[in-house]
Design a protein around this ligand. Structure first.
Ligand code: UT7
Length: 324
């Protein structure tokens, strides 16, 4: 028998305001056709004034708890992946704990930018396998609209806001690939690549929040090369290949990166969950959002083998293989 972190439920939240590409044409030298052709993005959601990352994370968590048929006090731990916290501290996770009315357990944030959910999921799996927690809420929540330079057309058209959440539970299973739950993961980072994707402000440097800066072409090059590799590494740990995968659920940054990665993995686009057209790049929220949307519309069904992969600032990148 082996302990597995099994997914009991998924949920998501998207802010009400939908911003189509055309809206950027009013203030920037850009157009809907360029954004669609280069990124696949058609629209994104932006948080309302005063609506924070913890508000959205709480809504996604409630949705996931309802899907799992659990109450907040059934949860032992909350791990939140975010780079856009409400405040420098306390963590978004403790704010969500409070908003859920959860009176027990522990909560903390993980920061690996767009790869954050893959890191948080792996971290939550570690909590479960080491016996620290039996049920964990893993949340990705972001308000990237708050760190956009609205005069920089090379970045501000790419990102959106939202949140997604999964509920994991420890279950004693067979220890084979037939088990439901997290089967393998692969994490990587390379701090030498800091300057190609970063925010130009922070507590101990400028005491400002800063704006996102990206050398898009460079990040693109790393993404295409590293995402298929990390997915391959995680699958190889358990003797699987792209042929064994029912769904790739990739980080949703750019449709061209998503297609390039699937092609390198030998997986047709009919087995790839794509939400980038509706959400834009929601950083750490993109994978749990895509998982929840695909689960709720019936694309993902119980027992499907899923590989997620993501890359972002750091650079940090990784993947998780799981059976839903
Ligand atoms: O989630 C974290 C990971 N992030 C990513 O994965 C993002 C990776 N990078 C990308 O997705 C792409 O590199 C971008 C979508 C950011 C850019 O696409 P690209 O095909 O690499 O375009 P480019 O940067 O080479 O720019 C091509 C042209 C440039 O004009 P010139 O120099 O050729 O005259 C840009 O100035 O497109 C121009 N351009 C735009 N034109 C209209 C850049 N942004 C825009 C825009 N509207 N919004």
């Amino acid at each position: 028998m082996t302990t597995r972190s099994v997914i009991l439920g998924a949920g998501h939240y998207l802010p009400e305001r939908v911003v189509p590409n055309a809206e950027f044409e009013k203030s920037l030298d850009t157009d809907d056709a360029w954004i669609r052709a280069r990124t696949g993005i058609e629209r994104r959601h932006f948080a309302a004034e005063g609506e924070t990352t913890s508000d959205m994370g709480t809504a996604a968590a409630r949705d996931a708890l309802a899907d799992a048929g659990l109450a907040p006090d059934d949860i032992d731990a909350i791990v939140v992946a975010t780079s856009t916290p409400d405040l420098t501290f306390p963590s978004v996770a403790t704010m969500i704990q409070n908003k859920l009315g959860m009176t027990r357990g522990f909560a903390y944030d993980v920061q690996a930018v767009c790869a954050g959910f893959v890191f948080a999921l792996t971290n939550a799996n570690g909590l479960i396998l080491s016996g620290q927690a039996r049920r964990v809420l893993v949340i990705g929540a972001e308000t990237f609209s708050r760190i956009m330079d609205w005069e920089d057309r090379t970045t501000c058209v790419l990102f959106g806001d939202g949140a997604g959440a999964l509920v994991l539970e420890a279950q004693e299973l067979t220890g084979t690939n037939a088990d439901r739950g997290i089967l393998a993961s692969d994490l990587n980072s390379d701090g030498r690549q800091k300057d190609i994707l970063y925010v130009d402000g922070g507590v101990s440097s400028s005491q400002t929040t800063g704006f996102l800066r990206m050398q898009g072409k460079e990040v693109f090059r790393h993404a295409v090369e590293k995402l298929a590799q990390t997915a391959h590494n995680a699958l190889a740990k358990i003797g699987m290949t792209g042929d064994d995968v029912d769904w790739i659920v990739p980080h949703q940054a750019n449709l061209r990166i998503i297609k390039g990665t699937a092609s390198r993995m030998g997986v047709p686009m009919s087995r790839v969950i794509v939400t980038v057209q509706d959400h834009g790049n929601t950083s750490a929220a993109s994978i749990p959002l895509a998982l929840s949307v695909a689960w709720k519309c019936g694309h993902i069904v119980k027992n499907d083998v899923i590989v997620t992969e993501a890359i972002g600032g750091g650079l940090a990148w990784g993947s998780v293989v799981l059976r839903w």
